[in-house]
Design a protein around this ligand. Structure first.
Ligand code: HEC
Ligand code: HEC
Length: 280
C-alpha cells in the first residue's frame, strides 16, 4: 500500500522543467522591494544555487507580489501597524511605547529570526519574541500562533526587513539547533516515507500535481497563500507539507519546527526577506 501511494506521488513528479524558473536578478520581474531571488550557494552546501519560491510561481501569482497595492498580504501588514500602536494589557503600553518607530527599531530584526535568547538559553522565533513582550512587558495575553493578530504583527515586523538578506545566526549556541533541523529535514517520515529533501532538494523545478516544486525556502513568510485566502505562518506550511506525506505534523512553535525554521533560514542565506510573499 505504502509503495503504491508513494509511486503515485513520485511519478507525478514528471520532469519537464519550466521556462520561467529562476528569473535573473537584475532587471525586470522581481518581487516588489527585492533585488535578489537567486543566489550562489555556499561551497559544500547541498544546493547548486539558492532560489526563492518566487521563481516557481505563475506569472499571475508573481504579479500580485510585484505591486504592494495588489498584494493581499498588505492587509495584514496594515493591521499589524495598527496593533503596533494600540495600547493593550495591564501595563497600559503599546509596542510603540517602547520600540517607537518600527521602520527604525525593527529594521533587520525579522531578517535575523529566530534569535538566540541568552536569558532563556534557547532560540526564539519572532512569534515567541512578540508573545514574550506581550506577557513580560505589557502584561497582556499571549496571541495564538495562527491568530489574525499574530500573523498581522509578524507580517508587519518582517516587512520592515524586506529586501534585506536573511541573516540568521548559525554558529555558537545555535549550532545544535541547526544540526537538529538538518536531521529533521533529511529524515523520511509518514506513510509516504519521504523527507523534505526528497521534494525540495532532489526534485525542485519539477511539476508535482498542479504545482511547481520550489526549494521550500522560508524567506517569504508570513506568506499570503491563494489556497488559504489569507496570510499563514511558516509553521502552518510545515504542517501542510507533513500532512501531504501523511506524517503526523509537529506542533506550531515546537522545538522541532523551531529547529527546522533555523535550518531553513541558514540554508536560504543569500536570499532576501520578501514578507509578505504571495504563493498559490
Ligand atoms: C515595556 C517595553 C516593551 C514593550 C511594551 C514591548 N517591548 Fe518588545 N522588547 C522590549 C525589550 C526591553 C526588548 C529586548 C529584550 C531582551 O533583549 O531581553 C524587546 C525586544 C523585542 C523584539 C526583538 C528585538 C531584537 O532586536 O531582536 C521584538 C521583535 C519585539 N520586542 C517586539 C515587540 C512587539 C511586537 C511589541 C508589542 C506587541 C513589543 N515588543 C512590546 C521592550 C518592550
Ligand atoms: C511530496 C513533496 C513535498 C515534501 C516531502 C515536502 N514538501 Fe514542502 N512543498 C511541497 C509543495 C508542492 C509546495 C508548494 C510549491 C512549492 O513552493 O514548492 C511546498 C512548499 C513548501 C514551502 C513554501 C515555499 C515558499 O516559497 O513559499 C516550504 C517552506 C516547505 N514546503 C517546507 C517543507 C519542509 C520543511 C518539508 C519537510 C517537513 C517539506 N516542505 C516537505 C511539497 C513537499
Amino acid at each position: 500500500m505504502r509503495g503504491l501511494i508513494k509511486a503515485a506521488v513520485v511519478f507525478a513528479l514528471a520532469a519537464g522543467g519550466f521556462a520561467n524558473f529562476g528569473p535573473v536578478n537584475a532587471g525586470e520581474d522581481l518581487p516588489a522591494g527585492v533585488t535578489v531571488v537567486k543566489a550562489p550557494a555556499a561551497k559544500g552546501g547541498p544546493l547548486a544555487e539558492i532560489l526563492s519560491g518566487w521563481g516557481s510561481r505563475s506569472k499571475s501569482t508573481q504579479q500580485l507580489q510585484q505591486d504592494d497595492f495588489e498584494n493581499p498580504g498588505y492587509l495584514w501588514v496594515d493591521k499589524g501597524e495598527t496593533l503596533w500602536n494600540t495600547v493593550d494589557g495591564k501595563a497600559g503600553k503599546s509596542c510603540a511605547t517602547c520600540h517607537d518607530d518600527a521602520s527604525v527599531s525593527m529594521k533587520g530584526v525579522g531578517a535575523a529570526m529566530p534569535k538566540w535568547d541568552a536569558k532563556l538559553g534557547r532560540p526564539m522565533t519572532l512569534e515567541q519574541r512578540v508573545n514574550a513582550c506581550r506577557t513580560d512587558n505589557m502584561e497582556a495575553k499571549e496571541w495564538k500562533w495562527e491568530s489574525d493578530q499574530m500573523l498581522s504583527m509578524t507580517a508587519y515586523v518582517k516587512n520592515q526587513s524586506r529586501g534585506m538578506p536573511v541573516n540568521v545566526q548559525a554558529d555558537g549556541p545555535m549550532e545544535p539547533w541547526v544540526k537538529r533541523g538538518k536531521e529533521l529535514y533529511y529524515t523520511r517520515v509518514g506513510q509516504l516515507n519521504m523527507s523534505c529533501a526528497n521534494c525540495h532538494e532532489a526534485n525542485y523545478g519539477k511539476f508535482i500535481r498542479a504545482d511547481y516544486l520550489s526549494q521550500g525556502q522560508s524567506n517569504g513568510f508570513p506568506t499570503y497563500r491563494l489556497k488559504w485566502q489569507k496570510v499563514g505562518s511558516l509553521h502552518r506550511r510545515f504542517k501542510g507539507c507533513m500532512k501531504n506525506i501523511r506524517a503526523k505534523p509537529y506542533k506550531r512553535g515546537s522545538d522541532e519546527f523551531v529547529a527546522m525554521e533555523i535550518y531553513l533560514a541558514q540554508r536560504g542565506k543569500g536570499l532576501q526577506v520578501e514578507s509578505p510573499a504571495v504563493r498559490n
